[in-house]
Write a protein that binds this ligand. Structure first.
Ligand code: NAD
Ligand code: GLY
Length: 352
């Protein structure tokens, strides 16, 4: 078991280990101070697998709780479901002394975290990630959001959890492609600033899962402590995401976040190679590692289509957009690109 402390505007522990779901009650009581009223939010894939274990443990620790189950999938991360959840919290008279528990992947974590950020102007919440992506990325750092029709995560808030409880035995029930999605974010950490970690990943993600999750969380904690509100260094975590979010939207959300990020990382790396900023061999190393973990590396959309969508991305600021450009594996830098060059740049990344 490993515990990593995140010292942001709120300090909290990320606890990573086996069999933690059945101890959720004790860990939540320690993090929240005492038993209170809780709403556990999950989805209809996770509920039959893990909801009973978590609610039994919470009840045994003295929590008074109710739960809410959304349909699984990215489509659930919308404003209608946010309002539905807020109405449920109000109807159940949740107070400022109470809290939410997000049990699931990044969709449930982002939606529940945002509800916690705005309900009564902010109540506490606990993240219990059950996907690899949520374990290594979305459950840590306090970015919460839902999607708008115009784009991903366009409405949200920074709201840190009180605890992240990561029981990695839950990853055993993930569909292989969902596990692979998480590998895209894992590989991202190596690609951004940790060449040694990237090299270690060639041994496989699953065979060293506790260490992999801990390394990613340590890396994210460090970045979040430095730049909680995403005005500088934290933007490095967006490697492949500007194009990735555009791919997700162009596919009408049928391409998953992790797959889209994998394609996006390849596109920006090839762009950097063609601009003479990154050695070509490093692009092939990235492609090989993504393929090793079953991720797609070729994008089916044109530069024009991607650009049209990417210009609505929240990383745009006026006439520029911040891109994360690899100068090699483990050496990424932030560059402000003029919006009117974006199509040409994405075109280079696609090989046009
Ligand atoms: P997800 O939450 O949709 O989960 C993927 C699928 O796995 C769903 O069908 C879910 O029901 C299922 N599932 C979850 N846990 C399971 C388990 N243990 N066993 C079997 N099935 C399980 O997707 P995700 O990949 O976890 O998260 C993607 C979302 O995270 C996107 O919306 C993305 O924008 C967001 N995200 C947020 C941040 C952040 O910092 N807040 C960072 C990265 C990604
Ligand atoms: N996943 C990007 C961030 O947390 O900043």
């Amino acid at each position: 078991m490993k515990t990593i402390k995140v010292n942001a505007s709120v300090s909290y522990d990320v606890i990573i280990g086996e069999g933690l779901l059945s101890q959720a009650g004790d860990y939540c009581k320690a993090a929240l101070g005492k038993a209170c009223r809780l709403c556990v939010v999950t989805d209809d894939t996770v509920a039959p697998l893990y909801l009973d274990t978590v609610t039994s443990s919470l009840e045994a620790a003295g929590f008074d709780l109710f739960y809410y189950v959304f349909p699984s999938g990215e489509e659930s991360k919308n404003t209608e479901n946010l309002v539905e959840l807020l109405e449920i919290l109000a109807a159940n008279r949740l107070t400022r002394a109470d809290a939410l528990v997000a049990l699931g992947g990044g969709v449930i974590g982002d939606l529940t975290g945002f509800a916690a950020a705005v309900y009564l102007r902010g109540i506490r919440f606990v993240q219990i990630p059950t996907t690899l992506l949520a374990a290594v990325d979305s459950s840590v750092g306090g970015k919460t959001a839902v999607n708008l029709l115009a784009g991903k995560n366009l409405v949200g808030a920074f709201h840190q959890p009180s605890l992240v409880l990561c029981d990695y035995t839950t990853l055993d029930t993930l569909a292989p492609e969902v596990f692979a999605d998480g590998c895209a974010e894992v590989i991202k950490y190596g690609a951004i600033n940790d060449r040694a970690f990237f090299d270690k990943l060639r041994l496989g993600v699953r065979s060293q899962i506790e260490e992999v999750i801990a390394t990613c969380v340590e890396s994210k904690a460090k970045i979040v402590q430095e730049d909680e509100f995403d005005t500088g260094t934290r933007q490095l975590l967006n490697l492949g995401h500007t194009v990735g979010h555009a791919i997700e939207l162009c596919s009408e959300l049928t391409v998953s976040h992790g797959s889209a990020v994998a394609m996006g990382m390849v596109i920006v790396t090839r762009m950097a190679v063609r601009l003479g900023l990154c050695p070509e061999a490093e692009l092939y190393e990235l492609i090989d590692l993504l393929r090793q973990e079953g991720l797609p590396t070729e994008c089916p959309f044109s530069a024009e289509k991607l650009t049209e969508v990417a210009t609505a991305d929240k990383k745009r600021s006026g006439d520029t957009i911040t891109l994360v450009i690899p100068h090699g594996i483990g050496n990424c830098r932030l560059v402000k690109a003029p919006i009117d060059r974006l199509c040409e740049l994405i075109g280079k990344g696609l090989g046009a």
